[in-house]
Design a protein around this ligand. Structure first.
Ligand code: IVH
Length: 678
């Protein structure tokens, strides 16, 4: 081995020190002072030095995060201080009970102080530092004995390989949670799906699975992070007199402590914190499943002691669960507007994320087969925030015998037409078209929807009846309905019939983008409808437009161009459009691209504040129809600001920039159009 010159030894030490500090700034403090490129250069310089003089390599070198090769298995680690769990509180009363007990112990009437923290939804970990160097990391296991996962925990960039600072105890065991941020989890699953591997049901399972790898090179590729929330064994007395003081010391030593930890007072403080964190929950980059309150005074903690496996001085206040297990009772197939056949799981009802869920879409056959959901399976249902509930995964161990792989039906469950699945398409479709009453119903639902023709009161139940009784088969039939027609329908009083007919009549005057969107052309959403309308200005041009001409429109690609051309070539569709126009549908004539005859031609308009006579969408439609451009923020390019009630900062900015400001009334006047029939 070559002798190591002093200069190389000093340089290596210096590089380790710098890389350690920059790594800490980058990963823990989120406050880097050098670029990634500079970091990489320093790292490479150290790696080169170590390659040249292998005796310079020390375990805490930043180059040694992925240390040796795979381990043979996980050794047992006995925790010198047991790793406890927490009592749960689900209601404010539960929390109140906890706070009262703590106050009684404190022997006073005055509210006591708690450390309030997010309850991170990851995997508990214990990490032991000896003389400042990371020695061992272990999972919780049964609380007394866990597994040695040092080789994997070392790969996590937010875990320091050595402690930075002075006066730390010889043996310091920190405890915390290893989490996988949601974005990293989604990306990991995307890659897994791409390469046909099994996906993880949630970030916690992904974090646990990543820690249970024998090969640290795999773990190193997983986006894991740590938050430290306490200590285990500390060789030299406590680090501080309060829990928050301990966390503060740990933060100073270079550990990552959650920034949302704060001291709160009494029950009121706890509940206010709970509310605050519940509101923040969706925006946080990682999953949490509640908050934890801990008595802050360590002496009081000591007097309160433990019950069974949990401390009396802490409690986990849980959010309503976002995941529940239930069983699949049936898998049925729904037919959508364009004939798309969607498998839907009918579930034994479960309360999850604040609502009762009894159905979950499986999107398409590929998804169903990838998740391998079968009738009788126990499944994990997930509903986070306001997102549609989904089947996160199945619990294979609980699969009853005799289940069968679900097959795509060969005929439409509604109209019995053959089901077709084109090569390379994930979606199977009923080939029945307008013959299929399910497609007709979905089509009408779309036609009447708020962002299409906006027919208030024409909901799913009514459409069911209208189609089943064969009163309506095509959208134009809606405009021929009479009070007598409606009188015979379920739950249809005279007044509601009147309202519905008024809403149908009112929908006759619309805008071209809405009308095009309402036609339900495959792959034509609102944005495309707007682009088509802006380009052609009226519907006549669309009738003869070829695919090539259509592709000249910004954002219209070959697929959409083909769909639009095909739609307008089809005689049935042409008849539908003709019938609708004959039924009296009109829209304000608008300027086609390049023309500039609208009253707002050349203007860039921002709408702010609350309008009384029209919705924000309607105002925007009106601006576009009048030839103007809609913008969302005020800039020097803005030419008009429409200011509704309680307009705020945008109004001020417009004034500062000397931009024309219109009231709602003035705007209505300015944007008045000739209508299509004129
Ligand atoms: S303190 C003796 N603080 O929750 C108290 N735990 O059910 C030990 N957890 O296994 C835990 N966030 O993995 C504590 N801020 C937090 C936490 C937290 C998540 C987990 C931890 C523990 C489980 C207890």
């Amino acid at each position: 081995m070559p002798a190591v010159p002093d200069s190389a030894r000093t340089r290596a030490q210096r590089l380790r020190q710098e890389l350690h500090q920059h790594g800490h700034r980058y990963h823990v403090l989120d406050d880097p002072v050098i670029s990634d490129g500079e970091y990489d250069r320093l790292f490479q310089e150290l790696a080169d030095l170590e390659a040249l003089y292998p005796s310079l390599v020390v375990p805490e070198s930043p180059t040694q995060r992925v240390g040796g090769g795979p381990v043979a298995g996980f050794a047992e680690v006995r925790h010198s201080v047991p790793m406890l769990s927490l009592e749960n509180a689900f209601t404010n009363d539960d929390v109140s009970g906890f706070v009262k007990r703590a106050m009684e112990r404190a022997g006073g009437e005055s509210p006591i102080e708690f450390s309030a923290e997010p309850k991170l939804d990851g995997v508990a970990i214990s990490i032991l530092y000896e003389k400042g160097l990371l020695k061992q990391a272990a999972t919780r296991g049964d609380g007394s004995v866990g597994e040695d996962v040092t080789h994997n925990v070392r790969t996590i960039p937010t875990v320091p390989l050595r402690i930075d600072g002075r006066g730390f105890p010889d043996r310091l065991e920190v405890r915390g949670e290893i989490c996988m941020p949601r974005a990293g989890f989604v990306e990991l699953n995307r890659r897994a799906a791409e390469s046909g591997e099994k996906s993880f049901v949630n970030p916690r399972n992904a974090a646990a699975g990543s820690l249970r790898q024998l090969d640290p090179r795999i773990t190193a590729k997983r986006p894991l992070e740590i938050f430290i929330y306490g200590v285990g064994e500390v060789s030299r007395g406590p680090l501080a007199a309060t829990h928050i003081g301990v966390l503060e010391s740990l933060r100073k030593l270079g550990f990552r402590v959650n920034p949302l930890v704060e001291a709160v007072n009494g029950l009121e403080g706890c509940l206010a914190y709970f509310g605050k964190v519940a509101r923040l929950r969706e925006e946080l980059p990682y999953d949490i499943d509640g908050v934890v309150y801990k008595v802050n005074d360590l002496a009081l903690q000591g007097r309160m002691g433990f019950i069974a496996r949990a401390p009396r001085w802490a409690v986990a206040h849980k959010f309503p669960a976002e995941e529940q297990i239930t069983t699949v009772e049936a898998i049925e197939f729904q037919v959508g507007r364009t004939g798309a056949i969607t498998p839907v799981a009918r579930l034994a009802p479960v309360f999850v994320g604040g609502v009762t869920v009894s159905n979950a879409t499986l999107h398409n056959m590929d998804e169903l087969h990838r998740k391998d959901v079968r009738v009788g399976d126990a499944v994990i249902i997930r509903r986070a925030g306001d997102v549609i509930p989904e089947i996160a995964g199945i619990i294979r161990e609980r699969r009853p015998p005799g289940t069968r792989v679900v097959k795509l039906p060969s005929r439409c469950p509604v109209c019995n037409s053959p089901v077709v699945k084109e090569e390379g398409e994930a979606v199977a479709r009923c080939s029945g078209g307008v013959v299929c009453s399910a497609q007709r119903k979905e089509y009408l639902r779309h036609f009447a929807s708020r962002r299409a023709m906006d027919i208030e009161g024409l909901g799913e139940k009514l459409i069911e009846q209208l189609v089943d009784k064969e009163m309506v088969s095509s959208p134009a039939d809606l405009y021929a309905l009479s009070p007598t027609d409606l009188a015979g329908l379920d739950r249809m009083g005279e007044k509601s019939a009147e309202n519905l007919l008024a809403a149908i009549a009112a929908s006759r005057s619309t805008t071209l983008p809405r009308f095009l969107y309402a036609l339900g052309i495959r792959d034509v959403g609102e944005a495309t409808a707007l682009a088509l309308s802006g380009h052609f200005g009226d519907i006549d041009g669309l009738h003869g437009a070829g695919e090539e001409a259509l592709q000249e429109i910004p954002d219209v690609g070959p697929v959409v161009a083909a769909r639009v051309a095909e739609f307008f070539r089809n005689p049935h569709n042409r008849q539908v459009v003709k019938n609708l126009l004959a039924a009296g549908i009109t829209w304000p004539r608008q300027a086609a691209a390049g023309e500039s005859d609208g009253p707002l031609a050349g203007e860039t308009v921002v709408v702010t504040g609350t309008l009384t006579g029209l919705s924000r969408d309607e105002a925007h439609d009106r601006i576009r129809a009048a030839g103007g451009k809609v913008a969302s923020s005020v800039s020097k390019n803005t030419t008009i600001l429409v200011a509704g009630e309680s307009a705020g900062s945008k109004l001020k900015k417009a004034r500062d920039l000397n931009i024309a400001i219109l009231s709602e009334e003035e705007f209505l006047k300015r944007s008045r159009l000739r209508s299509a029939e004129e």
